[in-house]
Design a protein around this ligand. Structure first.
Ligand SMILES: Nc1ncnc2c1ncn2[C@@H]1O[C@H](COP(=O)(O)OP(=O)(O)O)[C@@H](O)[C@H]1O
Ligand SMILES: [Mg+2]
Length: 281
């Protein structure tokens, strides 16, 4: 039960349970009270629950720990893996996302260049090293070799399988910084049981931007197709506009672990509550 230390359990508007621990990341944490009605009723039947605990290292274990005290996490361990590991979601939605290869062991530059032209985008099966461009984008062989070498030492990267993706130039925003990958026209979308419950600018903490309703329609069409294929109860899909004007999927994630980005969190939870109420009435 060590995994659940300091976790608060409460029911939101009598509709569903949340397991929460603040992680002190403003883009992730949300103050539910007093905007929502919060109760902590005693329960002796198995209840569905949403985790807002930040990134969950040992999902299977947390899943079991919660089950032992009467809660069933909204995404099963299989659904969690499908949402958060490229190796799982990529085969299902290949048509919408840059061509990618997963390497079980860190490959050599030659092995990569057999399958890809430069530049390439390198990341872990789950994530990059905090969007550090020097560890993600290789425009020449020396940069590629540097990334592959760093990969074995970096604490975020070394335990993940390595993924190599075709580098797709994206539509850049006016704001740029050396510390992160090119800041691009990207949006985060949240899906609750395959219904859109929130969408907003991904880089909203750095720069103000928004999409037109036509752009939104086009992007959501792709994201909703992906959501329908993946069928994950609480899912996040990030989409971006390429420099050539096409919408692509950048990645998927478990909605429980995702920050809100430029999405109004109160509205997101209200949308989820509305869907849940319709299901129970
Ligand atoms: N194949 C790609 N080509 C170009 N840019 C990419 C590609 N994949 C990701 N990016 C850019 O890098 C950022 C971080 O990549 P992402 O896969 O989302 O990693 P993380 O899981 O660490 O967030 C994305 O938000 C996007 O701007
Ligand atoms: Mg990302």
């Amino acid at each position: 039960m060590q995994n659940l230390q300091g976790v608060d359990f409460f029911q939101l508007n009598h509709a569903f349970w949340i397991a929460e621990r603040k992680v002190n990341v403003p883009l992730y944490d949300f103050q539910f009270s007093p905007l929502f009605h919060i109760t902590r009723p005693r329960t002796d039947t198995l209840k569905a629950i949403i985790a807002r605990l930040g990134a969950i290292d040992l999902y299977d274990q947390v899943y079991e720990d919660l089950k032992a005290i009467g809660f069933r996490l909204i995404n099963s361990p299989q659904e969690h893996d499908l949402a958060s590991e490229l190796a799982h979601w990529y085969p299902q939605i290949q048509a919408f996302t840059p061509r990618s290869m997963i390497f079980e062991q860190v490959p050599t530059a030659d092995q990569i260049l057999e399958h890809f032209e430069l530049p390439v985008f390198i990341k872990g099966n789950r994530q990059t090293a905090k969007h550090n461009p020097r560890l993600a984008i290789a425009t020449n062989r020396a940069e590629l070799e540097f990334i592959l070498k760093s990969y074995q030492q970096n604490t975020i990267l070394h335990w993940q399988k390595l993924v190599c993706r075709e580098f797709i130039p994206l539509q850049k925003l006016d704001y740029q910084t050396q510390n992160t990958v090119p800041v691009s026209f990207e949006f985060r979308t949240f899906w609750w049981r395959e219904t859109l419950v929130g969408a907003g600018p991904y880089w909203s903490h750095l720069v103000d931007y928004n999409w037109t309703s036509a752009q939104q329609r086009e992007a959501l069409q792709i994201a909703s197709q992906a959501a329908q294929r993946l069928k994950i109860p609480f899912l996040v899909i990030d989409v971006a506009l390429t420099a050539q004007g096409k919408w692509i999927i950048i990645e998927c994630n478990d909605g429980q672990e995702s920050g809100y980005a430029g999405i109004d969190a109160a509205k997101l939870w209200r949308n989820i509550l509305t869907i849940e109420k319709q299901q129970t009435t």
